[in-house]
Ligand binder design. Structure first.
Ligand SMILES: Cc1cc2nc3c(=O)[nH]c(=O)nc-3n(C[C@H](O)[C@H](O)[C@H](O)COP(=O)(O)OP(=O)(O)OC[C@H]3O[C@@H](n4cnc5c(N)ncnc54)[C@H](O)[C@@H]3O)c2cc1C
Length: 808
């Protein structure tokens, strides 16, 4: 076996070969894939091969669409048969909410370019005359997707990769991975050791074990999954038209034609089990092309429902039952990207629909590895989004829920109950007692809104029964004073004699020169793309307090730790879980806090965008005069144990001003009114500060900083899109993000986030549009759940455009 390679990919399933193909195709041919058995011998060989394009997540839909365009031509490209069947698919909607969701996905189909039509129940029978449409409200017909032979497809990708120069070693097991002294990796196998620059973990159900070899982990749980194939069906033998792949939420099942037989796959909703549960949920290294005993009791209720849908199958004999293992992650998305804290170790695993996703995941991960970025937003795929939460019970609970909910629609605002309560601020119980309804962010429980009359949210796409409650929270913040627990912020202390020069080198803005100064700044890639956003306060000489979004905690730790040079005096401490954050904002916030501190809070002593270490209610804390809701206010950062006492003191002081609790629903509405952008939505790795209209935060006159040259270059170029802030004529459905922006029926952009501004009574959204539609006053339509809503580009925030209230 060769002793050196640029990249070693571990695992020869769809994910590993999908990556190998694209690395080699994009020019990195010095890649070696190592597979312990035959290619496909993990989960891939026994998969049913469906490749749906109906996906609501924008980045994932792009990944699926790419596969559905590559697979039909893969045989021609590689000479290996893949048995592509472009029979299309139909998914059933069983209620109005699902139909609304279809309309949303139809908008995504326009953005991405896959063909989708919403069918009435009787039109469904034109595509599948055998199906019983009882209880079906509509069908989502996707044209151009279908199914493929998984083993053929995987082998075709491998063959293509070899043609581009990549190498594959089969029947070779990776036994260890060691960091070499020169910063490279030694991949130790039973046939020798390979030295390489990059290692990729594409080990499917073994991905945790491979990760653990380098001292990290991935949140993956392997689930058993069944499908069965019947004896040939007379009606199929007599027809030359293949029926589309059907997906039925009432049966939690997919079913299709497999040559002249029926294939029925089931996602059990109550009794699904973990694969290899008796072996601690992990396969032995010897496991090879392994299947489990079928469990008919488990799947029978679902099979019966499918047979009611397809009465022509009722008497067909069963020819084969497959029960195999699939890796699942807590949030259904695969893990694609770097492992936190481990340089040049990449994850390419956790895909539960890996046949459909293998090519697209490979394409975009290859871009990230080669170019430093993928062309799609990778925030929802980056393995670091879980912030290192890997507890076995949590992973099992979440991934089991993901499995059982495969065909369940999740409405905006709906909370999922599995694996909750992992990260809580010390205020959790107190706020719960006051009616807080929590939502999750990077496993933190964050108050979303406060149910003061005991009502529960009726989740949905439109404005819900908590609309007025959130309005009241917003009014309290704008007119009086509101208090919000935002302890989920990622928080870092950066210290050392070189801290200032270091932070100036790795971010685009210039650090505050005066003690106490606060700046907003961005991490850029070498290519200028936006990799993160942080608020940095200069607490003292050589001491900076860095804050960023909850889900960015581990990404930003990498941003902070990896560029430190050998002799640089810089230390980075992650204090996220040790410190809490209480936001006190509103015109009476100063009056409130003045009652419980001796510190002068007027602008003469405590100006906007400054930080001080002070005492409030006898508790020492970091007070930052900054907030995300656009009012006079302070973020109070305090050691977690002090949060309850601080909250009580603030509440007691604020009662005279009718203080109110506010949750993240209110925060979102308030930040939209101020046109504050969010990382992961408005600011992503797909764009630079130029497209994001954030150039005022780039200090070109600074000495070199990461991304400077590329941003300057982009400034000279004509950009293909620009971020705009707009007002919508929405009546009862606001934008959420991911909606198509249309002009004269033609797609000209996409929304990134949106919602209702309760104080200004305005429906608002951010969108990326073609530059010619970005000037203030430009008009276009935003397609919300199938309706074209008029929108106009604004030139300034709808609330306090000149920051008078912030400076008050
Ligand atoms: C019954 C069933 C039906 C399915 N149907 C579909 C479907 O219709 N559509 C769809 O998209 N998906 C389907 N799936 C899911 C799909 O099979 C998986 O998502 C996909 O195969 C995962 O691919 P992978 O490359 O990540 O993992 P794998 O295919 O498991 O590949 C990982 C490889 O890594 C190798 N490996 C592990 N450890 C080492 C080591 N130490 N050294 C060397 N090699 C190692 C393994 O041998 C294995 O070959 C189905 C799954 C099942 C069980």
């Amino acid at each position: 076996m060769q002793s050196h390679a640029r990249v070693v990919v571990i695992g020869g399933g769809m994910m590993g070969t999908g990556l190998l193909y694209h690395l080699a195709e994009q020019g990195w041919s010095d890649c070696l894939l190592i597979e312990k058995g035959e290619l496909t011998s993990g989960s891939t060989w026994h998969a049913a091969g469906q490749c749906p394009s109906f996906i609501a997540d924008y980045s994932m839909a792009k990944i699926h669409h790419y596969g559905n365009t590559l697979y039909p031509k893969l045989e021609q490209l590689t000479g290996q048969n893949v048995s592509w069947h472009g029979c299309g698919g139909i998914r059933f909607a069983l209620n109005e909410a699902e139909l609304e969701w279809f309309r949303h996905v139809e908008g995504i189909s326009k953005l991405i370019g896959f063909e989708m039509h919403i069918l009435g129940p009787h039109e469904i029978r034109q595509h599948n005359p055998h199906v019983d449409i009882s209880g079906v409200v509509a069908g989502a017909l996707t044209i151009g997707d279908g199914h493929v032979d998984p083993a053929g497809c995987c082998n075709a990708l491998a063959k293509g990769a070899r043609k581009f120069g990549a190498k594959i070693e089969r029947f070779t097991r990776v036994e260890d991975i060691q960091a070499a002294a020169n910063g490279e990796w030694d991949v130790v196998t039973d046939k020798g050791t390979v030295r390489c620059e990059h290692v990729v973990n594409a080990a499917g159900c073994y991905a945790r074990r491979i990760s653990q070899m380098v001292g990290t982990d991935v949140p993956i749980s392997n689930r058993e999954h069944h499908y069965l194939v019947t004896e040939p069906i007379r009606e199929f033998i007599d027809s030359d038209i293949e029926m589309p792949v059907m997906r039925d939420p009432s049966a939690s099942a997919y079913f299709r034609q497999e040559q002249n037989s029926a294939l029925i796959g089931l996602y059990e909703t109550h009794t699904g089990v973990e694969a290899w549960a008796d072996r601690g949920g992990s396969p032995d290294w010897e496991s090879d092309s392994e299947l489990f005993e079928p469990d008919m009791d488990r799947i029978l209720p679902h099979v019966e429902k499918v047979l009611q849908r397809m009465p022509i199958w009722a008497d067909a004999g069963i020819r084969r039952i497959v029960n195999g293992a699939i890796p699942h992650t807590p949030d259904a998305n695969p893990l694609l990207g770097p492992a936190m804290g481990v340089r040049n170790f990449w994850q390419c695993c956790g895909s539960s629909i890996g046949i459909a996703q293998g090519a697209g995941c490979g394409k975009y991960l290859a871009q990230w590895m080669i170019d430093g970025d993928a062309e799609i937003n990778m925030a929802g795929l980056d393995p670091r989004r879980f912030c290192g939460i890997n507890d076995d019970d949590w992973v099992r609970a979440k991934s089991f829920q993901d499995y059982t909910h495969m065909y369940k629609l999740h409405l905006p605002g709906e909370e999922r109950d599995a694996g909750r309560g992992v990260r809580k601020s010390t205020l959790y119980e107190k706020l719960k007692d006051k009616g807080a309804v929590f939502t999750e962010a990077a496993s933190w429980e964050r108050p979303k809104w406060f149910s003061l009359d005991g009502r529960a949210e009726e989740a949905g796409f439109g404005r819900t029964n908590v609309h007025d409650v959130v309005a009241a929270e917003c009014m309290a913040v704008r007119d009086r004073v509101g208090v919000t627990d935002l302890s989920s912020f990622a928080k870092f202390d950066v210290t050392g004699a070189d801290a200032e020069a270091f932070l100036n080198r790795i971010t685009a803005n210039r650090l505050a020169r005066k003690p106490g100064g606060i700046i907003l700044t961005h991490w850029l890639g070498d290519n200028g793309m936006i990799h993160g956003e942080a608020t940095i306060s200069r607490l003292a000489e050589g001491h900076y307090y860095v804050l960023s979004g909850a889900a960015a905690q581990h990404r930003d730790l990498d941003h902070l730790r990896q560029p430190i040079r050998p002799r640089e005096d810089v230390r980075v401490e992650d204090i996220t879980d040790d410190w809490g954050t209480l936001v006190v904002a509103g015109p009476r916030s100063r009056d409130t806090l003045a009652k419980i501190t001796a510190v002068d809070l007027t602008s003469d002593n405590f100006r906007w965008l400054s930080a001080q270490v002070i005492e409030i209610a006898g508790i020492e804390l970091r007070a930052l005069r900054v907030n995300y809701v656009g009012e006079l206010g302070w973020e109070l950062h305090v050691a977690m144990p002090h949060m309850p006492a601080l909250y009580d003191a603030v509440w007691a002081a604020g009662e005279e001003f009718a203080i109110a609790d506010a949750g993240t629903y209110a925060v979102n509405s308030l930040r939209l009114e101020k046109a504050y952008k969010g990382w992961g939505a408005e600011m992503t790795n797909e764009i630079t500060m130029i497209e994001a209209d954030m150039e005022r935060f780039v200090k070109y006159d600074k000495d070199d900083f990461i991304g400077k040259a590329a941003t300057l270059k982009r400034k000279q170029e004509r950009v293909s899109m620009r971020l705009v802030y707009c007002r919508l004529d929405a009546r009862d459905h606001d934008a959420h993000g991911g909606e198509a922006v249309l002009r004269d029926g033609k797609v000209i952009g996409i929304t990134t986030s949106g919602g209702w501004g309760h104080y200004t009574k305005t429906s608002l959204a951010f969108a990326y549009v073609a530059p010619e539609f970005s000037t203030p006053g430009s008009e276009f339509d935003i397609e919300i759940l199938g309706s074209a809503i008029k929108a106009v580009v604004l030139d300034e925030p709808v609330h306090d455009p000149h920051n008078a209230r912030l400076r008050a």
